[in-house]
Design a protein around this ligand. Structure first.
Ligand code: ZN
Length: 237
C-alpha cells in the first residue's frame, strides 16, 4: 500500500463560491476521492488550519507520498513543518507540488531557486506529453486540452529537471514546463502545473491519471533513517 497525505491550504474553497461549487470538500477532498478508489492507495487529508498545519511528525513518518496544494497563504506554513517535509523527502518520501505550490515553502526549499514564473488567468491550455516513456505519462495521449486554465509561462525559475514530461502551450502563445520530475536526496519530486482553484481541472480524466501515475512513481523504494553527521572512529588501527 502507498500511504498518501494530501495537504491543502483549503482557503479558496471556503471563501470563493466558484471554487466551493467545483470542490465542495476542498481540492484535497476531491483528489482523495479518485486516488482513494485505488486498491493500492491509502489517503489522509491535512490542511493549513489543522494543528501543526496537519503535519505532526507522526503523520509525516507514516507518509510515503505527499501532495501539496497552496496559494494565498504560503507564508503561514510553519517553518518547523517545512523542515519536517524537506527532511522526509531527503530520507525518501515522494513529494508532488500542484499548481500554485510552485511558490510553496517546501517546494522552494527543495528546489533552492525562486520558482517564479509568469501568469495570467483565463487561458486555454494544450498539454503535450514530451517524454512518452516516463511512468508518469502512462495512458496519456500525445496531447490533450484544458479549455479553461490559468496560464503559467516561462521563464520558470527552477533548476534543470531530471525529466520534463509535459509541456504546456497556451492560446496566448506562451509555453511552460508543466510536468517536471526531480530527485532530492532519496526522494522523488514531481511538479505539475494545471489545477487553478476556479477551474474543473481535477475533474479531467487525464489530469487524474497523471496524478495517480505520479503517486505510484514517487513511492519510495525504501526510506533511510534519521540523517546525522557523526564523527566516527577508524575501522583499522
Ligand atoms: Zn491558480
Amino acid at each position: 500500500m502507498i500511504n498518501v497525505t494530501i495537504w491543502n491550504e483549503y482557503r479558496h474553497e471556503k471563501a470563493e463560491e466558484k471554487a466551493r461549487i467545483l470542490y465542495p470538500d476542498g481540492i484535497h477532498g476531491y483528489i482523495a476521492g479518485f486516488l482513494g478508489k485505488q486498491p493500492d492507495i491509502n489517503v489522509r487529508l491535512a490542511a493549513l488550519d489543522d494543528p501543526e498545519n496537519g503535519l505532526p511528525q507522526s503523520v509525516i513518518d507514516e507518509t510515503d507520498v505527499m501532495l501539496w496544494w497552496g496559494h494565498m497563504s504560503h507564508e503561514e506554513v510553519l517553518d518547523t513543518v517545512v523542515q519536517r517535509v524537506t527532511d522526509a523527502v531527503w530520507r525518501g518520501m515522494g513529494f508532488i507540488a500542484l499548481h500554485s505550490a510552485h511558490f510553496s515553502k517546501p517546494f522552494r526549499a527543495l528546489m533552492g531557486t525562486s520558482c517564479s514564473l509568469k501568469w495570467r488567468d483565463g487561458a486555454k491550455e494544450r498539454l503535450w506529453r514530451v517524454n512518452p516513456a516516463h511512468p508518469i505519462a502512462r495512458g496519456i495521449p500525445e496531447h490533450f486540452e484544458l479549455p479553461n486554465e490559468e496560464m503559467y509561462g516561462e521563464f520558470f525559475d527552477i533548476p534543470n529537471p531530471d525529466s520534463v514530461i509535459f509541456l504546456g502551450w497556451f492560446n496566448g502563445g506562451e509555453v511552460f514546463r508543466s510536468g517536471c520530475a526531480f530527485s532530492r536526496g532519496h526522494g522523488k519530486v514531481f511538479y505539475f502545473q494545471p489545477g487553478h482553484e476556479t477551474n474543473p481541472t481535477y475533474h479531467n480524466e487525464y489530469i487524474q491519471r497523471i496524478i495517480l501515475n505520479a503517486v505510484r512513481w514517487a513511492k519510495p523504494e525504501g526510506k533511510i533513517g534519521e540523517i546525522t553527521c557523526p564523527e566516527t572512529p577508524p575501522l583499522e588501527s
